[in-house]
Design a protein around this ligand. Sequence first.
Ligand code: ATP
Length: 939
Amino acid sequence: MESETNRNQSYIHLIRTSRELLVEKIKNTQCLLHNLIKNGVFSTEDEEIVLQFRTRADMVRQILDLVESKGEEASEYLISVIQRIPEAYYPLQPWLKDIGFQASDKIQNVQVINTDPVTSYSKKLKQELRRDCKIIMSYSQKEEMMLQETYVNGVMELLNISQETIGNVVNLTCLFDNNGVINEEGETIFIFGDAGMGKSLLLQKIQNMWAKEESYTDIKFLFRFRCRIFSFFKANVSISLKDLLFRYNCNPDHEPEDVYEYILNFPETVLFTFDGFDEIRSDFDINSIPEVPSPSDPAHPVALLTHLLSGRLLKGSKKILTGRTGCQVPGNMIRKKIMLKGFSTSNLLEYANLFFKEPDIKKHVFTHLNANHNFSSLCTIPLFCWIIFKSYAHFYSMNDSHCFSKSITLSISSVTLTDIFLVLVEVYLSLMSRETNRSQVETYKGCRDTLLSVGRLAYSGIEQSMFVFEQETITSLKVPERYLKLGFLRTVEECGELGDDSSYEFFHVTLQSFFTALFLVIDDQTGTTELLKYFSECSHSKDMEHNHSLLSCVCSKKANQGDPFKNNDHLQFINLFLCGLLSKPKQGLLANLVPSSTLKLKRKALKQKLVQCVRSHLKSLPRSSFMGYNRVHALTHFIWMARCILETQSVKVGKLAAKGICADYIKLSFCGASSSDCGAISFLLNHYKDKLALELDNNNINDYGVRELSPSFCRLSVIRLSVNQITDEGARVLSEELTKHKIVTFLGLYKNLITDFGAQYISRIIIECPNLKHIKLGYNKFTGVGGAHLAEAIGQSSSICDVGMWGNQIGDEGAKAFAKAIRNHPSMSELSLACNQITSSGGKSIAEALRDNTNLNILWLTENKLTDEAAESFAEMLMVNKTLRHLWLVNNTITNEGANLLSKAIEHNTVIEEICLQGNSLTQDTDHLLQTSSRIFCQ
Ligand SMILES: Nc1ncnc2c1ncn2[C@@H]1O[C@H](COP(=O)(O)OP(=O)(O)OP(=O)(O)O)[C@@H](O)[C@H]1O
């Protein structure tokens, strides 16, 4: 065979002269042989000759001899196979580069089949994942839902180290880009969120995208772990990294050593997903982890996990770790921090559209969502949304959509989480009994034994911090097999890997909490001390809100007696459901399950305990005076307290808590409050007599949350809702409510999603609320049009004194409108138009208007596009204006010329205290005046 191209190069010669190297580096003879035979270069006799040899090196020698004897084209094809299957022959890639190998067109057209173990293993992993990730696992095993058909991207926010939002993850393909990186050295993408926000499902979606080759094409291996498996290893267990990867995912079918070696050599082709970091409870002694790990030495799985996350093992591999809010991971490991914030309004509509296929039921659901904001705010949490939709679908299929309303007692003002879980359980119970027309009370009454049995299992798990139930436990608690199949529980695969194939877990841990609470309430043997014990475990400790180390979080049991690091959301949920189940509106139902005397006793005890907890919690909160208010700084625990109070639906408890707050400014920023929590906060505040200030900055309340707050707006004089995903709809609700009561003095809406359309609503508030002094609208989505609306409204207000518009896009159109508004404004003393794309044309208008203004003290025009032309106008203005004290022109394009003009002007102005010019186009050789002026800041 004669190669037509590359005539100058003899491939036979090449193979001959590189023989030693080829014999040393070719590990995979199988793949070479396969291709040589498949394409007729080798006959079956040739193959037999090669296979006679016992060592790999001899086989390679024989292959090379045979190939050389077949001529140039055969030799070229062999080298081409080596080049085209880099996974198998990666040690020879530098050699190929050295010889500058480029196969001829003819050889390139000859097929190469990749049968090497690395590629086969990658395919196997993909196949398994494609199968496993197709359906949503947390549903009952009877009805499965296709991931593809129900997955909706929720709100995913990138956070900086101070937990502040720095943008959104637009879609999952952007996870590994450079946007939002907070630590270049870190290798782990940490995704966190509250229970049921969709962390596991998001990982499932990523796995599915990879398996279907829709994304992450540079990844060859995806290893997924649920962190809870790390709790199953005893303290003295040691395994190798190779075993951890292969045994707990799947084994390579061929040459596992070669595959592992490839992984060690190319860690950047590996992606790990670790789900539920907060679920690890291990006895392992954290101090025994070696500083420098070895990829071949066995170690405890927790040590391996630590090394993987920190990049000490398989450095360069990609890692995604999920955990509940509050679960601490050391900053040096984290590359990006992403917070899941559930469904936005549009996500919710998208999900409803996917979930309900029939137009009729879809219509009903949309009507329901629109009519009941309490209901829709619960739906922003994906898990609860699924529960609600599922129940809805069930009742609808029974031809009784009203039953849904009845079951969740829409007659009372609000739907509680207990209502939702009661309905969910009712759905499963009625599926079991196949009696479609029974009322909720009848269904529960008929299934008391089932509830007790499943409840006992849930409770025993909680008692031992156990979320997975082995057969032994199930047998000892005498839980009948058929109850395990009702849909509340599902089998756990990871435990199968550990040698037990019939372990179960509740499909979500909140359901385990619900069943525990139900058990504590309906079990005759449970006394009041047992009933209330989780209240003490959940009492707030300051440490709980501080940063913790990874290791103390991972290895909790012994190291942390009283365990301040333990995530105790599941216990908080038990308390919450206790409050709900023992509330007055649920007595009709509960009276059928518990003797009335017991019920009475338990209700009384719970009420006393709750009141006592509320009192002591409120007493312990830090207080300070702020802006003339008596401010109380509430923490996440306060939100749990408010949730419990809401579940009780008790006016008395609400009043008591409101009284205990003893402050007129409640700061609840960074508390992880969601829209449904606003209902709880509102319930509390409704019992407050006086006006008060509410700060809810940096939470996740969105438009539904604003609606939930509606009943409180008659009391709120300060409303701070910055960084909360509020859109025009939220602005509309605010305008409707605030203009009714007209008491607002401070409205903070910084970093939300309000557009020019919403600007009209905000304008109405500005015009119609005569006490409004401060309005913060920075980092929304206003352009010139919205800016003009707002400016016009501000021009009409005689109360406003502080306006923040930082980081919008109002440009010159907006700037000119603001110029008009401030010219003769009677009250405005601070204005920020920083970072707004304003050029000198807009700047000049503002400067001219300021000649007439006699109130403005501070003006921020930082980060615009102002040149010397604008500086000249400001200089002229300063000769006339006698009120402006601070002028911020940082990060514009003013040169020495403009700066000098300003400098000269302030010689005639004794009022101005500072002109900030840092970040402009100034050079060292500034004028003498500029150098000597102590009121001009250039550096
Ligand atoms: N993006 C989504 N699209 C559609 N449904 C979702 C989405 N996210 C979550 N869900 C629904 O919510 C359920 C719970 O989600 P998931 O188990 O992922 O929550 P989680 O955040 O991992 O909770 P936990 O912290 O308690 O483990 C899912 O089974 C699914 O029904």
